[in-house]
Design a protein around this ligand. Structure first.
Ligand code: BDR
Ligand code: CA
Length: 320
């Protein structure tokens, strides 16, 4: 049987615990040809995020993976980080060894432009951090909006309160102006919002199942998610942690897990109180054409089962 060719993906990320799980899922999935990681400020500082990305590439036996450092702060706002959610290093209680690999010289904004323009219609951009790199790439090369196959973004909150302010979700809040640039770019854009991903949860029992497999991948996942689970327990009273970013990434090859609707979306930029709130025009009152495919439902049970299977496969592959 001929399998379809793997999809070329650039992952723009701020690792981050759930970002780390997204990187591992990409490495574990034959449907993905991971071109590069473009790194952005967000959950931790840019320098910490780059260090984490390189260590994760090493952990996944891909020291050759291209890692490019991008923007170290938002376009206009002061930087915000999420160390309380992701730990002092950004990876919870996990401490990964630093390998010899370095980030490439090329800036992540240049990398995004080069990768996407080199193969128009081929590259899927998955953005799971603040959108600063993507917005600057669009400003520098506006044709990117037509050349990208699709941009999948994890962020925003529509039918839920926010997770960083009363109304805003972290990735949009951390650079709301960049998010609005992306929304108004004309890019084919799918949004996986926090009101969906918060219900995609890994539990302690899931982690125990993985640990039974043995090896560095399960051990990393257990140490990173122990911190993340404690945070979710403390903050939301949930027994488990939301794995936002891998769920968004998976839409690149498992879109059947989601139900989506077309919607016009803008970001609140004027009010301090509601800054970064994603406003969807579900009643069609703005008269504007939809600029987003918004995920409204997602089969979290099937996804988590597939995610665990992929992590077990990766653990076995690296142990062989
Ligand atoms: C998003 O914010 C970050 O903390 C996570 O990595 C995820 O991308 C969830 O709101
Ligand atoms: Ca993230």
């Amino acid at each position: 049987m001929n399998l379809p060719a793997p999809r070329r993906v650039v992952l723009d990320t701020d690792p981050g615990i759930d970002d780390a799980l997204a990187i591992l899922l990409a490495l574990a999935s034959p449907e993905v040809d991971l071109a590069a990681l473009s790194i952005v400020h967000g959950n931790c500082t840019l320098a910490e995020a780059v260090t984490n990305a390189l260590a994760l590439a090493e952990l996944g036996s891909r020291p050759d993976l291209v890692v490019a450092a991008g923007c170290d702060r938002p376009l206009l706002r002061p930087p915000v980080t999420a160390h309380d959610t992701h730990g002092t290093s950004g990876l919870g209680y996990a401490r990964l060894p630093r390998g010899a690999a370095q980030a490439v010289e090329e800036h992540a904004v240049e990398l995004l432009i080069r990768e996407i323009m080199a193969a128009p219609g081929e590259v899927t951009l998955v953005a799971v951090g603040p959108l600063t790199n993507v917005a600057l790439a669009l400003r520098k090369e506006p044709r990117l909006a037509r050349a990208v196959r699709e941009c999948i973004f994890m962020g925003g909150a529509f039918r839920a309160e926010g997770n960083i302010t009363p109304l805003a979700e972290f990735n949009v809040y951390a650079d709301p102006h960049a998010a609005q640039i992306v929304l108004s770019s004309g890019m084919p854009l799918t949004i996986m919002p926090w009101d969906i991903t918060r219900d995609v949860r890994l539990t302690l029992a899931d982690v125990e199942r993985l640990l039974a497999r043995g090896g560095p991948i399960p051990r990393f996942i257990a140490e990173a998610t122990r911190y993340y689970i404690e945070f979710h327990q403390r903050e939301f009273g949930w027994a488990g942690c939301s794995i936002n970013d891998p769920a968004a990434l998976a839409l690149a090859w498992w879109p059947d897990l989601a139900q989506m609707r077309d919607l016009y979306v803008e970001v609140e930029l004027a009010s301090e109180l509601t800054l970064g709130k994603t406003v969807g025009d579900s009643g069609g009152r703005s008269g504007r054409a939809p600029n987003v495919r918004l995920v409204e439902r997602f089969d979290a049970t099937t996804f988590v089962a597939r995610f665990l299977q992929r992590m077990e496969d990766l653990a076995d592959r690296l142990a062989a």
